[in-house]
Design a protein. Structure first.
Length: 214
């Protein structure tokens, strides 16, 4: 695969995003993926992991309509840049099915490549970067830092109400603290547990300050 061309394409598509799904997010996801890749992966599979990481948000509903791509455009990009028919199908399936919202009410089974990409994307939603992205995203949507009247638990979250935001603080309880239990790979789970401890410490301090315990 012509990975350099695919990377440049994704960079151009994601350049304008201001909701935390920008090009730097895609770069971190690709780096996370390389860190959790098991040695059993073939060269072809590693190529698919890298291309899927860079492209994973280019067709996402959160992206501004002007930059959002269609699956057909991504398929053509991949085919034009040396991906096999199988790799093209594989990457398209992954980027259309890895998101949290797609997996709330059903659990879509991804192949080994997809499981790595999904873990890598989830890792970028937790830890210090995850905290930063949650507040950044909430700000971009006009959400409050916290709002006791809009509490929602993880089990109350549905595909339909996922975009009906509560508050940034509540997002930790409805989603971010639970990601570590949904990781696919051992290496991904270990890193997720470390990052979650850091988030718990942060939220503990957040409540302490909110309740003026100083
Ligand atoms: P996924 O790609 O798993 O579907 P999203 O694209 O919905 O997840 O979310 C990606 C990033 O945006 C994450 O870092 C997440 O924390 C943040 N985010 C999504 N929804 C909210 C929300 N309601 N409040 C705060 N942050 C959010
Ligand atoms: Ni993402």
């Amino acid at each position: 695969m012509e990975l350099a061309t695919i990377k440049e394409f994704a960079k151009a598509v994601l350049a304008e995003d201001a909701t935390g799904h920008d090009w730097q997010h895609a770069v971190r996801v690709e780096e996370n993926a390389r860190n959790i890749c098991p040695p059993s992966l073939t060269e072809q599979e590693i190529e698919s992991v890298r291309a899927a990481c860079w492209l994973h948000d280019t067709i996402d509903e959160k992206l501004a309509a002007a930059s959002r791509q269609t699956p057909a455009t991504i398929a053509a990009l991949l085919r034009d840049n040396g991906a096999t028919v199988e790799q093209t199908k594989q990457i398209l399936f992954i980027i259309q099915n890895l998101s949290y919202s797609k997996n709330i009410e059903q659990k879509i089974t991804l192949d080994a490549v997809g499981q790595i990409v999904q873990d890598a994307d989830r890792l970028d939603a937790i830890g210090a970067i995850g905290i930063a992205r949650a507040f950044y995203y909430g700000g971009s949507q006009g959400d409050a830092l916290y709002n006791a009247e809009k509490a929602r638990t993880a089990s109350e979250l549905t595909a339909a109400n996922y975009r009906d935001n509560t508050s940034v603080l509540n997002h930790f309880y409805e989603k971010l603290f639970h990601l570590k239990d949904q990781m696919n790979t051992t290496a991904g789970r270990e890193e997720a547990e470390r990052r979650t401890l850091f988030m718990e410490e942060f939220i503990g301090e957040f409540y302490r300050e909110m309740n003026h315990k100083n």
